[in-house]
Design a protein around this ligand. Structure first.
Ligand SMILES: [Zn+2]
Length: 323
């Protein structure tokens, strides 16, 4: 198996940028709540578990007014009440968010491309038993860096993204086709060997429909690969006992679905997909501490995180499923 990455959160994102985007969200989302912190009906509704449709749950923790419930059936975590469709889009649409987001990712740009995106490519390559160049679709492709790494290695790649500016810039920068719009509504006239969703499923209202459609677009023996925040990780257990508002992982209402290992297995069973490999990549400890230390201590923290990842307790799951 490919070597795991040992990441330093503060080499990817500075503490200052993490804090400023956090405060932007905290300020922007405050209008969704009444003075007594209770959620306003015009922005929220009560829903069943978005991952298994069960309606029994109990509150696991409450952060910035959002109540996170643990589903009694699949052990996933989700906000209850849940934000209505379109509320977050309205927050993004005025462009302010993008300024913070650009600052946040600027620092780690080189590491992101050179380490993270390349590792994704080599990791996927190990699972592909094909003589010709595979066809890959990346849903929520953003800047297109991952698509470009795959293209440079000879793969046939396309992307999907809801943003019109993204499809334009990815075409201009990398000459890669990006379907603009909602993946669940787009009609494709071809099938793929690999479909990837990096940090996408937790942001959409119907992840089950998305997995279903991805499977339909896969060739036989093809793979769907996704990365999602974990409900089983160290930081979620920590939050149940120690209430605070982490600058990442929760992201103040932006992350409102967290996947359990149990629901990932249920997905595989429901759609008749085989889980070939599962790992966690987390930054739990640095997210809790949110402080920079001298090298020796930082190395120890990164090694503790590495052990947590070995135990599948890191804050994001990366899942490889085969059709
Ligand atoms: Zn559930």
């Amino acid at each position: 198996m490919i070597e795991k990455i040992k990441l330093d959160l503060f080499k990817l994102k500075s503490k200052k940028d993490l804090e400023s985007i956090y405060h932007f969200f905290k300020k922007s989302t405050s209008k969704w709540f009444n003075n007594n912190q209770s959620p306003k009906d015009e922005f929220f509704y009560i829903r069943k578990c978005p991952l298994c449709n069960s309606d029994t749950s109990k509150e696991a923790f409450k952060i910035d007014g959002f109540s996170y419930h643990e589903c009694s059936y699949c052990n996933s975590l989700y906000t209850k009440p849940h934000l209505r469709d379109g509320v977050l889009d309205a927050l993004y649409s005025d462009g302010t968010y993008q300024v913070y987001q650009d600052n946040l990712v600027k620092k780690g740009k080189e590491i992101r491309k050179g380490v993270l995106e390349e590792r994704k490519f080599f990791q996927i390559k190990k699972f592909i038993n094909k003589n010709s160049d595979p066809a890959l679709l990346d849903i929520g492709c953003g800047s297109g860096t991952f698509l470009d790494v795959c293209k440079q290695n000879g793969w046939n790649v396309e992307g999907v993204d809801p943003s019109p500016t993204v499809s334009q810039t990815v075409l201009e920068n990398y000459n890669i086709k990006v379907h603009q719009g909602d993946f669940n509504k787009i009609k494709f006239n071809k099938t793929f060997d690999i479909i990837t969703l990096w940090g996408v499923l937790e942001h959409i209202s119907d992840p089950i429909a998305t997995i279903k459609k991805a499977k339909e677009l896969l060739n036989n023996d093809g793979m769907v690969i996704f990365e999602v925040p974990s409900a089983d990780c160290f930081i979620s257990e920590y939050l149940k006992k120690n209430n605070f508002s982490p600058t990442r992982y929760i992201e103040s209402g932006r992350h409102n679905i967290f996947f359990s290992k149990k629901v990932i297995s249920q997905f595989a069973e429901k759609f008749n997909l085989k889980i070939e490999y599962l790992e966690t990549n987390g930054l739990d400890i640095q997210t809790i501490l949110l402080e920079e230390f001298e090298n020796e201590t930082t190395d120890k923290i990164i090694n503790i995180q590495d052990t947590l990842n070995d135990l599948l307790l890191g804050d994001h799951y990366r899942v490889f499923m085969r059709k």
